[in-house]
Ligand binder design. Structure first.
Ligand SMILES: Cc1cc2nc3c(=O)[nH]c(=O)nc-3n(C[C@H](O)[C@H](O)[C@H](O)COP(=O)(O)O)c2cc1C
Length: 270
């Protein structure tokens, strides 16, 4: 007997489906509905609206739903024993610091690869996943990018003290001689690339921090990367891409002993 109802995008295992309607309620765009047997099916035209977020597949307690050929068992299970307690999360958020002094120790590409894998789950507008990464772990290239950022500051006639420190002491206050740079870029015509890249980079900073790797946003570099032609040419990003976020990464040389103060919450209940 045929138990799988094939649809264009989703397939339901009729034997497993409990007809609980959870996938229907969960769908962000209301493109699933019950058929006359109580089995979910996609509304006409639903495929064009579906953003492949996978919530229907993720939420089904019975594992009855296949999405775009991705069967329930082929994706990772949610491990309840690994969920982060509020205290641990609060501690991570409050103890994350911008790390600017690094050990002379490379971040293994395998570790960076694990972080990149995790970043695929950072939220993006309409689940369009427009974020591209350029990773640089060649110290000479990082220094070259820092030097070009200094050249841009020189051209703009701003931050003379950073320029002087570079010129006179050879000290890199731009990229801090970081062993690894992560640059998030996206096509400028994507739906919301600044927000998507910023979320991805913030997610990366937090994830790296949980793995003992410190990050620091590279704001000066970000300015130069989209405004200084020699650096744009050096980066050689895909056509139409802009840099929306950049982070220095490395193992912290020092460990922080306490949490610095911050301003009080600026909250308004409306
Ligand atoms: C968008 C952005 C750009 C930043 N650019 C730089 C930068 O170019 N160089 C730097 O040393 N720190 C930079 N920072 C780090 C901030 O100075 C830092 O987050 C702030 O001082 C608070 O310190 P904390 O992150 O340790 O809590 C940047 C942070 C953000 C969010």
């Amino acid at each position: 007997m045929e138990t799988i109802i094939e649809m264009q995008l989703i397939a339901i295992d009729k034997e497993k489906c409990k007809k609980d309607g959870i996938c229907i309620t969960e769908c962000p765009f209301n493109i699933l509905k019950e058929n006359s047997d109580g089995i979910p099916e996609m509304i006409p035209g639903g495929e064009a609206v579906c953003m492949r977020c996978g919530h229907c597949l993720a939420v089904c307690p019975a594992g009855a739903l296949t999405l775009g050929g991705e069967a329930p068992g082929s994706s990772g299970p949610v491990k309840k024993n690994l969920s982060i307690e509020a205290d641990a999360m609060e501690h991570l958020l409050k103890t994350r610091r911008s790390v600017r002094v690094y050990k002379d120790k490379p971040v293994p590409r395998e570790t960076a690869g694990r972080l990149m894998d995790m970043m695929r789950w950072a939220p993006t507008a309409k689940n369009l996943q427009p974020v591209y990464w350029t990773l640089v772990d060649d110290r000479k290239k990082i220094r070259r990018m820092a030097g070009m950022t200094i050249d841009w500051l020189r051209e703009c006639n701003i931050f003379p003290e950073m320029i002087a420190t570079w010129d006179n002491e050879g000290e890199d206050m731009v990229l801090r001689d970081a062993p690894l740079m992560a640059i998030a870029h996206s096509h400028k015509d994507a739906l919301n690339p600044p927000v998507d890249c910023t979320i991805a980079m913030t997610t990366l900073e937090l994830a790296a921090s949980a793995m003992g790797i410190g990050g620091c946003w590279a704001g000066f570099f970000m300015g130069a990367a989209n405004n200084y032609v020699p650096l744009e040419e050096y980066l050689d990003l895909p056509e139409g891409h802009n840099v929306y976020a950049a982070l220095m990464l490395g193992y912290p040389k020092f460990s922080y002993q306490r949490i610095p103060a911050r301003e009080g919450e600026k909250v308004r209940w409306f």
